[in-house]
Design a protein around this ligand. Structure first.
Ligand code: SF4
Ligand code: SF4
Ligand code: SF4
Length: 483
């Protein structure tokens, strides 16, 4: 199909879609890209080669004894790219653009390929069970990754990072081979819940342009089972109903529904953050609630790590426990339990208790489930602040790491001070100010989300939001002005 033949000349229906934002498919280059048979496979394939290359490059590499692990993580190309640059960028991309990363994710390509291979070989593939669909396994895997960061410094050891990357590749291949319908993304991918939760209000959204063409649609190609196994113009591989799409959390922006829809009624909208028109759940599922509690602990400990005096205070209890029990060699694991389980449980009990006291929920568990999705917005903005702080201190190491990918020699020279460390991209005071703006923006959107999701009861959630926001604001202020 030539660009001029693309089904995008729809000025009448666009008028009706305008309330959803600007349909990027009105731009011919974007429409041509989304309709291209190689989209998104071409980009996924390039990234898959890159992904495997990183896993190979990092294999068997440990920090040298004479280089601190914290420094070595910045000089090794793989740990720098994965943890210092890609991870913060993904958090920013998720909040601002929804699940845009998923559109070009290499793991989805691998799972797609093994799903096709399994079908070819006649393997009896399973449908994802309710438990896996709920995201329960994803919460467990995410917790394992974060515990490994605290316990064995996963992010500072290229060898562990390599195992992590190989593990993801193996899991994607396995899930694709033995399960149907994009199972890896829906039930296994350790970052799936993070992207789905942070990306709910993103500015990029796939939506039907107008309701009428879908009502009158004779064949409903976007959901037809017979189209699912095609290579291109598939019915939604994630088993969503594109004609009724009103949320971002499960849509991977893969564009298959755009190609499958004969009247060209699917649009890729650029819109404001957290638009009112999106569907909102007043109570999160259990896995999502647990995930948000867990990630709140991870973000808080990460934010403390930017301010050494505050970190000392935060980690006083687990350090005392580790030395009191004679378990100092397991101090990292104990810190992980403190940061990811104990501290969030205490924090959420206090905040949830306030909600119950002000009759916003009848018991603590209900309060947690009502708080989870709106508070995830504030946590996501705080995560962006931490991501920025990390990015500006790590990015300057990129030329050094490209010149010496193993990072061993450059790490030794930096440790011996025969090589000057690169300057931060921004002064910490600037990062601190930007971070305060981010936390304030997150607070505004969180209060708004509570109003839209909880209706008249939203006032009960104001104090918990303001208390958490004040704590985060104090932390990011401290980064720049109290140390
Ligand atoms: S859910 Fe995970 S595997 Fe699937 S596309 Fe997104 S990041 Fe990739
Ligand atoms: S999105 Fe397209 S294919 Fe799907 S129901 Fe609507 S008009 Fe039909
Ligand atoms: S609705 Fe389905 S097919 Fe369409 S972009 Fe989202 S995940 Fe892909």
């Amino acid at each position: 199909m030539s660009v001029s033949e693309l089904p995008i000349a729809r000025s009448d229906s666009f008028d009706r879609g305008r309330s959803q934002g600007y349909d990027l498919l009105r731009l011919r280059p974007v429409a041509a890209l989304m309709h291209w048979v190689g989209f998104p496979y071409f980009f996924q394939a390039i990234l898959l080669v890159f992904f495997v290359g990183l896993a190979v490059l990092a294999s068997g590499l440990y920090p040298p004894e004479d280089v601190p692990g914290r420094l070595y993580a910045k000089t090794n190309l793989v740990t720098l790219l994965v943890w210092g640059l890609w991870w913060p960028a993904m958090v920013w991309a998720a909040v601002l653009l929804g699940r845009a990363w998923c559109a070009i994710c290499p793991l989805e390509l691998l799972a797609n390929a093994t799903e096709r291979l399994g079908r070819r070989l006649g393997v009896r593939r399973r449908v994802l069970g309710k438990w896996l669909r709920s995201g329960a396994l994803i919460v467990g895997l995410y917790a394992l990754i974060q515990m490994s960061v605290q316990g064995v410094d996963l992010h500072r050891h290229p060898a562990y990072t390599s195992l992590f990357l190989w593990g993801l590749l193996a899991m994607a291949a396995f899930a694709g081979f033995f399960f149907k319908d994009r199972a890896f993304c829906r039930g296994f991918c350790p970052v799936g819940l993070l992207l789905g939760t942070y990306g709910r209000g993103g500015m990029l959204a796939m939506r039907p342009v107008a309701a009428e063409p879908c009502v009158a649609c004779p064949d409903r190609e976007c959901v037809r089972g017979g189209n699912r196994t095609r290579l291109d113009a598939r019915s939604c591989p994630s088993l969503l109903n594109p004609a009724r799409l009103n949320g971002n959390s499960d849509c991977l922006v893969c564009g298959q529904c755009v190609k499958a829809c004969p009247p060209g009624n699917m649009g890729l909208f650029l819109r404001p953050l957290f638009p009112r028109g999106d569907a909102r759940e007043s109570m999160a599922s259990w896995p999502v609630t647990l995930f948000v509690m867990l990630v709140s602990g991870f973000v808080v400990i990460q934010m403390f790590s930017e301010w050494s005096a505050a970190q000392e205070v935060f980690l006083w209890v687990p350090k005392q426990v580790a030395s009191g029990l004679g378990l100092t060699s397991y101090a990292g694991w104990i810190q992980g339990i403190w940061a990811l389980i104990v501290a969030p449980a205490v924090l959420w009990s206090l905040l949830g208790g306030l909600v119950v006291l002000t009759r916003g929920a009848s018991h603590l568990v209900e309060a947690w489930r009502r708080m989870a999705i709106p508070l995830a917005v504030l946590i996501a903005f705080a995560h962006m602040a931490k991501g920025l702080a990390k990015f500006v201190t790590w990015a300057g190491f990129l030329p050094i790491a490209v010149g010496d990918p193993s990072g061993v020699e450059s790490g030794r020279m930096l440790a011996a001070k025969t090589l000057a460390p690169p300057p931060d991209l921004l002064p910490i005071t600037t990062v601190s100010v930007i971070s305060m703006v981010l936390v304030l923006a997150g607070t505004y959107f969180t209060l708004r989300e509570f109003r839209l999701a909880q209706g008249a009861a939203h006032r009960s959630y104001q104090w918990p939001t303001l208390i958490l926001a004040s704590g985060l604001l104090f932390l990011v202020f401290g980064w720049g002005f109290l140390q």
